[in-house]
Design a binder for this molecule. Structure first.
Ligand SMILES: [Zn+2]
Length: 432
């Protein structure tokens, strides 16, 4: 072989060895930032736009640190701004690309030893999720109905399950509606809805017969399949994959800023390249229209809507502009029952859940699923931020089992309590 060909071959092989899947995050760092008050929160959100920060977790003033990713060119400016305002910080990840490469290797090792794992014990791909939904519906036809919500922007089927011991015909039962994976990179969320299906259908335990018999369930595990599949290439992808700006470099809409309540008023960016772009109009995305349509179809019976995210250990309710729904006390009570039920089972190293109005607790937002559900008349409409056990988006599979289990107890507790309020609602509806 000629020397120059050999050199080209060597370079190619070297390229294969050194090029990493997560190279676009090379030298991106993540900082823990101590927010002291609303002014600090506001500053961080201003810097988010100016310095193209990626806020991984909103902190709670004086209680919980924010977690923020910054690119290599903006790092100095970012830290100077924090220091100028006397804001304390510490380094969480020095190089995000390296952290995700390591996580991938650990996942591969774990998978090699767990060949008989179940679909909810890993991060299943789109096809595997749909196969599981179809399989459960096929095996339990008297309990489970598979529904096609429609196609995603890129043409993937979006499916959900209806679970009912009375074929959804008993109007005296409330409906619990759960969604996961509106934000693509929050991988640990879909296992929790799949595990809930497992606990309700395949592995019902005596202590949970009431939540199956007395509640009907609508469970949508993969709200944004396009974004989710894309996040297996670009790991921190958050949005849908639609193209509104006619710019292939800036695709997608933040699904959880695209709902029609206070749409595009606060906590968003008009820049289509931004991770918090709310879309050209409310419900511009098929994926959010699916959720809206389910809510409206069953509005008289949906008692509780739970949109599950990662990460932070929060149960929050509306509204994102700091105003409170009339039944805020009940919302706080049911949210607390959920958080407390999870806390009772969590591992010691996890912190406690925080419960409250999303804007008061963290920061103002608009166009969220939680707010839309509340606004159109769902009595208990929540966002749940799952724990990460210190691992941010890289939750190891050993913690997926723990999070599934503890979260299920929270879901069951909130179902029981929300159901007790439904009797009043149902009696009033049938009297009039
Ligand atoms: Zn999220």
């Amino acid at each position: 072989m000629e020397t120059r060909y050999l050199l080209v071959l060597c370079a190619a092989v070297l390229g294969l060895v050194t090029a990493g899947k997560h190279d676009i995050y090379s030298r991106h760092s993540v900082y823990n930032v101590q927010v002291r008050n609303k002014a600090d929160q506001h500053l961080l959100h201003e810097l988010e736009q100016q310095l193209e920060l990626d806020i991984w977790q909103n902190g709670v003033a004086g209680v919980r640190e924010a977690q923020i990713m910054v690119g290599p060119e903006r790092q100095r400016e970012f830290l100077q701004a924090l220091e100028l305002h006397g804001i304390q910080y510490s380094l969480h990840l020095n190089d995000v690309a390296e952290a995700f490469e390591l996580h991938d290797r650990q996942m591969d090792t774990w998978r090699a030893t767990r060949r008989n794992r179940k679909v909810f014990q890993d991060y299943p791909r789109y096809e595997e999720v749909n196969e599981y939904l179809e399989d459960v519906a096929r095996r339990y036809p008297n309990l489970v109905t598979l529904v096609e919500a429609g196609k995603s922007y890129e043409g993937r089927d979006i499916k959900y399950l209806k679970i009912s011991t009375t074929n959804f015909e008993d109007k005296s039962k409330p409906i619990y509606f759960m969604t996961t994976m509106i934000h693509a990179r929050e991988w640990v969320t879909t296992p929790t809805t799949l595990y809930s299906i497992h606990r309700l259908v395949e592995n019902l335990r005596t202590e949970d017969t009431d939540v199956l018999n007395d509640v009907d369930w609508i469970i949508l595990p993969l709200l944004n399949p396009d974004g989710y599949e894309y996040s297996h290439t670009v790991r921190l992808w958050r949005k849908t994959r639609s193209n509104h700006a006619n710019n292939p470099a800036c695709l997608g809409v933040d699904g959880n800023r695209n709902f029609g309540k206070n749409w595009a008023t606060i906590g968003v960016s008009p820049n289509p390249c931004s991770d918090i772009y709310p879309g050209p109009e409310a419900f511009s995305e098929q994926e959010t229209r699916n959720v809206r349509d389910i809510m409206q179809e069953y509005l008289d019976r949906i008692q509780l809507f739970m949109d599950i995210h990662s990460f932070g250990k929060y149960v929050t309710f509306g509204y994102g502009d700091e105003s409170l729904p009339d039944n805020a006390a009940q919302l706080h009570l049911v949210g607390s029952a959920m958080g407390a039920a999870i806390d009772a089972r969590k591992q010691p190293q996890a912190g406690f859940y925080l419960v409250g109005n999303s804007a008061t607790l963290m920061y103002n937002t608009s166009g969220c699923a939680q707010d839309f559900g509340q606004d159109i008349g769902i009595p208990f409409s929540y966002t749940l931020e799952l724990p990460s056990y210190g691992y941010d988006f890289r939750v190891p599979p050993t913690y997926v089992d723990i999070i599934n289990e503890e979260t299920w107890h929270g879901i069951a507790a909130s179902a029981r309590l929300a159901r007790s309020f439904y009797r009043v609602r149902y009696n009033a509806a049938t009297r009039s």
